[in-house]
Design a protein. Structure first.
Length: 137
């Protein structure tokens, strides 16, 4: 392992479609989702221009089960993980590459895109933040 290198990604965005969990032959849950992030820039003409970037995310085990049960299309989520590039062969025997985020943490942040300020769901997290009483300062 090379020292001094970091492979860390944090994305906050909206889920692009309802997750569909699958299971490996050994029974481990896996789910792939797409997350959209956007940025708005003002053009030279003064018009706002929005750019959307799509991120492929893969989750394994309990996190995949959580996403399959509680995350829906349009929901705002926080994802933390690492980048991974895979090489695979398509049906026509053409070699393809895809870069995705292998998530370590996923947290729902509230309602769906376009929803009002309220949410009908309680935000849930795979990894619980520490209580304020546990912080030593």
């Amino acid at each position: 392992m090379q020292r001094g290198s970091v492979n860390k990604v944090i994305v906050v965005g909206h889920v692009g479609g309802d997750p569909e969990p699958r299971y490996t032959p050994s029974g481990t849950a896996v789910v792939n989702i797409s997350i959209a992030t956007n940025e708005v820039r003002r053009s030279a003409d003064g018009d706002d221009q929005e750019r959307v970037e799509w991120h492929r995310v893969v989750l394994w085990g309990k996190q995949a089960e959580f996403v399959g049960n509680y995350v829906k299309k349009g929901q705002l989520v926080y994802v933390e993980g690492r980048l991974q590039t895979r090489t695979w062969e398509d049906r026509n025997k053409v070699e393809r590459r895809t870069t995705e985020i292998v998530a370590d943490v996923i947290t729902t942040l509230g309602g769906t895109k376009g929803a009002g300020s309220g949410t009908t769901e309680k935000p849930a997290a795979v990894e619980e933040p520490p209580d304020d009483d546990d912080i030593p300062f």
